[in-house]
Design a protein around this ligand. Structure first.
Ligand SMILES: [Zn+2]
Length: 294
């Protein structure tokens, strides 16, 4: 596995130094792909596009922040240590099993495990800075058949860059629809269409998480707030872009507008035939609910 360097940026509100992990490669065990575009693996990357500043709490967009440079791991070849971050997407795992894993691997109390498990995606804490601890966690997760993503952090221990960069902190990640909604409301006038699309898509996916659990028995019911978000997202999606067109068809189906969904799916994109057929079948059978691609 080839690790990537750190990107060093700073917060555009308070100047706090931030460090972003770049992924040169990841290794992954089975990930699932859903009709709303949620992908257990790529979610890890999506989740970093917008975060919160660990110092002032303001929303920070990875692509929009001023970049100071890179702490290239290769420069520090002989003077680095490796930390492993293990993340578990919580979908498809029962809460009981998840609590067990978190308590066992993170060696934390029941109360702490409960707080960790209440979030959407688990970061097993702390970073595994010892190979044996990391190996143990990995073997346990494999034995339990739990999907996980591992990210290798190469932490420079020798300074070959401005000393203050050592103070850079990772951005705070966002796990709830409510938080994305707040960002949308607080900075509405500053956002461009792509940012609004991104936030609304994240809200859609977090709202849908209710139906993603393997033990979910919830009937497909959309709240007024969810419908409003879906309608607003649909209105700004670009039908000439195949990914956005399919998302628009998914939204129409979710809202029960099956004819509109079928009209959008009446398109010809060679590489998307199995996906289009799957969605078309659901719309023809008047099935509005979120679904997992086979
Ligand atoms: Zn800040």
């Amino acid at each position: 596995m080839t690790p990537g360097p750190y990107l060093i940026k700073n917060c555009d509100s308070c100047e706090q130094l931030l460090r972003y992990v770049t992924l040169a490669s990841r290794f992954v065990f089975f990930g699932a792909y859903w009709t709303d575009g949620y992908d257990e693996i790529f979610h890890v990357i999506d989740n970093e596009c917008v975060g919160l500043c660990p110092s002032c709490g303001k929303a920070i967009w990875r692509e929009h922040l001023h970049e100071l440079g890179m702490a290239d791991s290769f420069t520090f070849h002989t003077d680095t240590r490796t930390e492993f971050e293990v993340r578990i997407p919580t979908v498809n795992i029962s809460t009981v099993l998840l609590m067990k894993i978190v308590r066992e691997v993170s060696k934390c109390s029941f109360a702490e495990a409960k707080t960790i498990v209440s979030r959407h995606e688990i970061h097993l804490n702390p970073l595994f800075d010892r190979d044996d601890a990391y190996d143990y966690a990995r073997k346990r997760l494999q034995a339990l058949n739990v999907p996980y993503v591992v990210i290798e952090h190469i932490v420079p221990v020798q300074k070959d860059f401005p000393e203050e960069w050592l103070k850079a902190l990772p951005p705070v990640r966002i796990f709830t629809a409510k938080k994305y909604q707040e960002i949308l409301q607080e900075s509405a006038s500053l956002l461009d269409t792509e940012q609004e699309k991104f936030l609304r898509k994240m809200i859609m996916q977090r709202d849908n998480d209710l139906y993603r659990q393997s033990d979910a028995t919830s009937e497909w019911l959309l709240t007024e707030e969810t419908r409003l978000n879906l309608n607003k997202l649909s209105a700004i999606l670009d039908e000439t872009n195949i990914d956005e067109r399919l998302l628009k068809a998914e939204i129409a189906r979710n809202l029960g507008h099956f004819d509109a969904s079928l009209a959008l799916l009446d398109c010809d994109y060679e590489n998307y035939v199995p996906i289009i057929n799957f969605l078309r079948n659901h719309a023809q059978n008047h099935m509005p609910a979120l679904s997992l691609f086979p």
